[in-house]
Design a protein. Structure first.
Length: 238
């Protein structure tokens, strides 16, 4: 079975300049995800998809492949995961390589646990004939059934009806379905789903995590928080 691990690392971060190569715990941020993939018990081809040749050189230093440079037009703020995945598969097809499924490791999760990476891949392998993809999720404490948009200066409920329930936005929270948030910690998808123009398909296998198991880096304060966590963990090991 061919497993492709893609680590997306574009260079145009706005929240933190050059976030994906900013030094964290003595190495570039994206190096943490490369090393997690290398430590995984499942053999994966590890590729960094980047639009920047300097980023590509750093990725190779830590053991990832960079067989292509991602086009600038699909490396923008509003570019989608589907775009770089579809591009990656197209480039790899030129060398007659086509994986069975793709594991996406976003570089903004430096404290990702390799044990969870092993668990999610194992679970997906066991169920991939029945599912299109797998996504890690966390419980979401704010119900989307109580949310609104504003149109023409008027509140517009996202859900005016839920099954037989009228006005779910006026119901007690306890009467509403439990909801979950896709946290982006680990995403896995069958290759044929990408080839069919989708990113997750219709049947998504959930992998439930607790809200305290992951630390995503988007802003400077997130970076400082994770630095403190790594320093604390290092002290405990001494």
């Amino acid at each position: 079975m061919k497993i492709l691990c893609i680590i997306p690392a574009r260079s145009g971060s706005k929240g933190i300049e050059n976030k994906n190569i900013k030094t964290l715990g003595g190495k570039p941020l994206m190096a943490w995800s490369i090393e997690q993939a290398k430590e995984c018990k499942y053999k994966m081809r590890i590729i960094v998809s980047t639009d920047n040749t300097d980023y590509a050189e750093i990725a190779r230093m830590y053991g990832a492949e960079t067989p292509f440079i991602r086009p600038i037009e699909i490396s923008q703020d509003l570019s989608t995961d589907y775009e770089f995945m579809e591009h990656s598969l197209g480039e790899l097809k030129k060398e007659n390589y086509e994986p069975d499924f793709i594991v996406q490791l976003r570089p903004t999760y430096p404290t990702r646990k390799v044990e969870l990476l092993n668990e999610t891949i194992k679970l997906f392998i066991e169920n991939r004939s029945e599912y299109d993809s797998l996504r890690t999720i966390i419980p979401f404490d704010k119900s989307p059934f109580k949310m609104y948009t504003i149109e023409d200066n008027c509140l517009n409920p996202l859900f005016r009806q839920l099954g037989d329930m009228e006005e779910p936005y006026n119901q007690c929270r306890q009467n509403l379905p439990k909801t979950y948030l896709h946290n982006g910690y680990i995403d896995i998808v069958n290759t044929n789903i990408i080839k069919n123009g989708k990113i997750s398909g219709n049947k998504i296998l959930p992998f439930l995590m607790s809200g305290s198991e992951y630390h995503d880096i988007d802003y400077a304060e997130d970076f400082k928080k994770v630095e403190d966590i790594l320093i604390s963990a290092k002290k405990k090991c001494l």
